[in-house]
Design a protein. Structure first.
Length: 295
């Protein structure tokens, strides 16, 4: 369908905090030093950033060849300076344990509004904060999770998408948590220009008794129009994760937005396993919005 609506304004909001998880790898550095990415965080209202690095319990600073203590201090000083120069307040946290558990713990203790982690990378510690931990966070995070895709298999990796939210693809099963994810546009709109709304129907889906999916997508597009966001709609049929990723390949968004652990008649669309699969296989960034803690 043709694009609807106009271009977004540039008004900003304030008062949000973000946890940026780093394993001190080159790939992680590219995420933190992305000027465009930091600007996008500022546009959605983030003004405080907590830099978190997790040291696995089985790694010690005195291990041969690690030189970790010195490297950690140098990296964190450099990262802090970069983020401060971009206009954010910064706090650093060095903790020991299982990466995704400690990242979630820090996010909870500082009341963070979102967690940001790179999607691929490998540190000398074999601490894959960029990679498998992103998938674990997709399953367990209790605040919105932004997975920033980093180039693979290159010596000097860069972020795959410079703009975090400029072109957003929102996948919905019309569940309560999908609606919760959709409401993120209230602040994402300050960094977004166009949106693709996608619903996936399974061959086994019985739509009897419910409103027509196209009508429901059109209603969402009308709500985005009120936020001055361009929107197109699309209904696909097949396996949810496969079709969401196929839509990403076709539309080339900056970020996929979806709810995690949503509920629908299919008991599949946007469930945890689907969101984890999207995180693992997506080409670009993924923004997951979980249900409330009590859900």
């Amino acid at each position: 369908m043709p694009l609807r609506g106009g271009s977004t304004g540039v008004a900003t909001m304030s008062g949000k905090s973000a946890v940026l998880a780093t394993d001190l790898s080159t790939a992680s550095e590219s995420m933190i030093e992305s000027e465009t990415g930091l600007n996008c965080l500022g546009r959605i209202g983030v003004d405080r950033i907590h830099l978190v690095t997790v040291v696995p319990s089985n790694v010690h600073s005195g291990m041969p060849g690690m030189g970790f203590e010195k490297r950690r201090k140098q990296a964190l000083r450099r990262y802090s300076s970069t983020v401060e120069d971009a206009g954010f307040d910064v706090e650093t946290h060095v903790v020991r344990g299982t990466p995704h558990r400690r990242i979630n713990g820090i996010a909870g203790s500082v009341n963070a509004d979102l967690i940001m982690v790179g999607s691929r990378g490998k540190s000398p510690l074999e601490n894959r904060v960029i990679g498998s931990t992103a998938r674990n966070l997709a399953r367990t995070a209790v605040v919105p999770l932004l997975v920033d895709r980093i180039e693979r298999a290159v010596d000097q990796p860069e972020t795959v998408r410079r703009h975090l939210f400029k072109r957003t693809l929102f996948a919905t099963d019309f569940s309560e948590n999908a609606e919760r994810a959709f409401r993120s546009f209230e602040y994402l709109r300050h960094a977004t220009e166009e949106v693709t709304l996608v619903h996936v129907e399974s061959p086994k889906d019985d739509t009897g008794g419910d409103a027509d999916p196209q009508d429901r997508l059109d209603d969402l597009a009308d709500r985005l129009d009120e936020l001055e966001l361009d929107a197109r709609t699309e209904i696909r049929r097949g396996d949810p994760a496969d079709e969401i990723l196929a839509a990403e390949a076709e539309h080339d968004p900056s970020t996929l937005l979806l709810g995690s652990r949503g509920r629908s008649r299919l008991r599949r669309l946007l469930l945890g396993s689907v969101s984890e699969e999207v995180v693992a296989r997506a080409t670009g960034n993924v923004f997951l919005v979980p249900p409330p803690r009590s859900a």
